[in-house]
Design a binder for this molecule. Structure first.
Ligand SMILES: Nc1ncnc2c1ncn2[C@@H]1O[C@H](COP(=O)(O)OP(=O)(O)OP(=O)(O)O)[C@@H](O)[C@H]1O
Length: 587
């Protein structure tokens, strides 16, 4: 089992502190928490009263006191009603606090994860955080629910213990044990008996049940692997179908499922052993307190039936509370794992932030045009992709970036977009003028076709205009589907997706357009048509493209050739003649 040491509690505090200490919800959260504790104390008090009630009621029965017995029934009704109201309200407030805390944490984690492209940098740096989406969607839910339930459960057990240990102690004074002709009273006799019974029982339960923690943990992992392998098939269904890989996939799935199956059998056998013990222990718990108090009943008649009942009740409360503390080891282990995963996720985001701040030394400033000055672009290992790059691009100019595969063209575009964290130098762009970057694989968000076209700025454009744009990019067939919500990235071919991306440009009309092989899946005539369209529709915009085809040259006035070793050459495109405004800096 993991250790509950200072480091764990520090991590727990670090995750919890922003909500309970700094958030705008802190006062209402503290108020609800206080209310839960008050309700809890109230419930312990009612349980205490009910336990006393047992003695009075059963003694009335023993005396055949009808009126007193009916009177006690009325009292029970009141006590039970109060208990039910408190229990239902407590659950309500715990769940309310849980979901509100989760909502706050989810926003907080999402903000950090999405801020300054952290999600992208975590992937670029391969920081080892698996499934950040799972951390946010599942671990935060487990965290809030387990933290509240464990803390409130522990507080409740401690108050129950305090109240009933006191009662049992008092009751112990009434029990005298005959031994070799004399009667003895052991102070706290019942308390010690309950303590020994509960500790012995729960330690044995823990020993028998402990392997279940690991088995359950493994079961979740095997199930996740099984699910993930099928998800991969869903994502790559076309490729697998084309390869005819069904058989291989089937074997693979069944292999994964065999692990789920085998492990589940281990869980069944272990649970059976545990159930033998737990059932026996549970039954014994009914008579054990009676056995320990029976001598007092029979020998010196110090306690009536009511006393016996009260002892049994108090005993089971003490035993239940002690057992909760000892037996929560399995939920504690899960809780520890969740806290560890969230802390690791937070640490990764922090580390990425530090790396970004220390490595990203590209100064971004306001400039009359796109100005690249003394720009060095590097890989995470420090290797230089582009060395000392200098050029200007004015509005109405078009620059094509070419070079060998792996030469750093896309990375240069990432640097211009401000998302690549490794490099230094200066990049200027006019403030308030909007750049738009199109990657090679267009991103089509979930939603209607209209949502896809106005992504990411959500421009307010008439349907008619959107339809006209779709026709302009030769996507007439979709012109009437603006309200259709489909998985567009699966339905459309890559070429069609790239056409949609061009349509997006015509919708958004950016002043600065960056295209990273954004037309690579189109045939040459279609590519030429779309470029022509861009030039005509956005005469005032500058276009910076990355591409391999020499046919692209005709749409640009300048060409920047990256050599792959840091070197670069900037040249005017011959057929267009030299253009003003684009100035390679002196080497
Ligand atoms: N996250 C990363 N970590 C390490 N190396 C990377 C990372 N991303 C890219 N690279 C490396 O940077 C180099 C340049 O990649 P880039 O994608 O910029 O090339 P490119 O010129 O656009 O290639 P292509 O024409 O094939 O698209 C490649 O060698 C690539 O392996």
């Amino acid at each position: 089992m993991k250790q509950f040491n200072g480091a764990f509690f520090r991590d727990l505090w670090r995750i919890s502190k922003p909500y309970w200490w700094h958030s705008e919800e802190r006062w209402s959260a503290r108020g609800v928490f206080a209310l839960i504790i008050i309700l809890n104390l109230f419930m312990v008090f009612i349980s205490y009263r009910i336990t006393q009630w047992y003695a009075v009621f059963w003694n009335a029965l023993q005396r055949f006191a009808v009126n007193a017995a009916w009177h006690q029934m009325l009292i029970f009704l009141l006590l039970a009603t109060a208990y039910i109201i408190a229990a239902v309200s407590q659950t309500f407030f715990i769940q309310m606090l849980e979901i509100r805390w989760r909502r706050w944490l989810t926003r907080h984690y999402l903000d950090n994860w999405l801020a300054k492209s952290t999600f992208y940098h975590m992937q670029v740096l391969g920081d080892g955080t698996d499934n950040p989406d799972q951390r946010i969607s599942e671990d935060l839910a487990s965290f809030t629910s387990q933290t509240l339930n464990i803390i409130i459960g522990l507080l409740s057990s401690i108050t129950t213990l305090a109240a009933f240990v006191f009662m049992l102690w008092e009751l112990s004074a009434m029990i005298t044990i005959p031994w070799k002709g004399a009667l003895y009273t052991i102070p706290g006799y019942l308390v010690w008996a309950a303590l020994i019974y509960a500790v012995f029982g729960t330690i044995l339960t823990a020993l028998i049940g402990r392997p279940l923690i690991k088995l359950n943990f493994n079961q979740e992992r095997y199930q996740a692997d099984f699910r993930f392998s099928m998800m991969r098939l869903r994502e790559n269904s076309e490729s697998v179908a084309l390869y005819g890989g069904e058989n291989e996939e089937r074997h693979h799935f069944l292999r994964r499922f065999a692990e789920v199956y085998a492990n589940y059998w281990r869980i069944i056998w272990r649970s059976m052993r545990l159930n033998w013990w737990v059932s026996g222990y549970g039954q014994a718990a009914i008579i054990f307190p009676l056995i320990v108090s029976m001598p007092a009943y029979f020998v010196n008649k110090a306690i009536g039936i009511g006393g016996l009942q009260q002892i049994a009740m108090a005993f089971s409360q003490v035993q239940g509370a002690l057992s909760f503390i000892v037996s929560s080891y399995s939920s504690l282990a899960n809780w520890h794992a969740v806290v560890d995963r969230l802390r690791f996720f937070e640490q990764s985001m922090d580390e990425v932030r530090v790396i970004r701040e220390t490595h990203y030394q590209i100064e971004r400033k306001n400039a009359p045009c796109l100005q690249v000055k003394d720009l060095n672009v590097r890989l995470p290992d420090g290797r230089e992709l582009v060395h000392d790059l200098n050029f200007d691009v004015h509005r109405r100019e078009r620059l094509l970036i070419m070079g060998p595969s792996g030469g750093g063209k896309s990375t240069l575009i990432r640097s211009l977009a401000g998302i690549w964290p490794f490099g230094d130098g200066e990049i200027g762009l006019p403030e308030g003028e909007r750049p738009l970057f199109l990657p090679q694989k267009p991103y089509l968000p979930l939603g209607t076709l209209r949502d896809v076209l106005v992504y990411p700025f959500g421009a307010n454009v008439e349907d008619q205009q959107l339809q006209q744009i779709l026709r302009m990019v030769d996507m007439n067939s979709l012109a009437d589907n603006l309200d259709d919500s489909r998985l567009w990235s699966h339905v459309l071919s890559l070429g069609e997706q790239q056409r949609l991306a061009f349509a997006r440009v015509l919708v958004q009309k950016p002043q600065w357009l960056f295209l990273d092989e954004a037309s690579s899946a189109l045939d040459e005539p279609a590519e030429n048509r779309l470029y022509q369209l861009l030039v005509e529709a956005l005469p005032e915009s500058a276009i910076i493209s990355v591409g391999h085809r020499s046919s692209l040259l005709q749409h640009h006035q300048h060409c920047l050739r990256l050599q792959g070793n840091g070197a670069w050459v900037l040249e005017a495109v011959q057929q267009q003649g030299p253009a003003d405004g684009l100035h390679p800096a002196p080497a």
